[in-house]
Design a protein around this ligand. Sequence first.
Ligand code: ATP
Length: 274
Amino acid sequence: GGRHSETRRTPPPIGFDEIGGQERAKRELQESLEFLIKHEEIRRFGIRPLKGILLEGPPGTGKTLLAKASAHYTDSVFVSASGSEFVEMYVGVGASRVRELFKEAREAAAKQGKSSAVIFIDEIDAIGGKRSGGQNREYDQTLNQLLTEMDGLHPNETPRILVIAATNRKEMLDPALLRPGRFDRHIAVDLPDKAARLHILRLHAKNKPLADEADLEQVASETFGFSGAQLESVMNEAAIYMLREGADKIRPEHLNMAIDKVMMGEQTDRQSTQ
Ligand code: ATP
């Protein structure tokens, strides 16, 4: 969401092993990323290189983390923007922001001596939603500019560019975006099952003092439907409860209060957006 609205240049050191669960998504992504790594072979066999990957799934499931890990895995520079940054601007501004983003990726790669770049566009539906039948010129221009940039990507160019986009509303996307040579590879990023929740909880408990009685498996059982972002909040809130009580370890009651808090927060959010 809005946490990642600013464009970034530095390759963030996020590895696939720091992402809990999402085993299928990771595997599919790694397969797709071969073309950035084995580009010589891909060219030799005349395989059409992949330009765009669409990550689809509910908020807070790790789409941004997966995009960052993809950049790290392929030794690419990472630049990102949120689709919402391109809207509510004067006519033509959204389109020039898109142009700017691609330019930024090329410049960052040149500066850092990297031969590939990953461009991440969160909330792609904000610019690539179904067209309004020519009603909204600004919106169409922004979308058209993105399509133009992607159509213009060439496998022999340096840096090689891969665009990864994220959405939680795939059915809203303009079919033009999903055509071959654009975002033609789709990867589902779902809510974690119990084993994945445990994995995520353990990752976020790594640097926190847990009492022996604090049972993360129990927490994983009680957090059906929680996203990775919510599980991260549970660990964070539990540490806050611990501090507030002057305790030096996270105890089961801190975890229980944290689960309740995150669950309540979710309900309040829902009520206020209805
Ligand atoms: P949004 O659609 O809201 O942008 P997202 O799918 O991009 O969400 P992220 O931004 O990647 O989600 O996740 C937000 C935070 O939640 C991460 O920084 C991390 O702390 C935690 N998180 C989410 N998913 C996972 C996961 N699978 N493993 C570990 N941490 C996770």
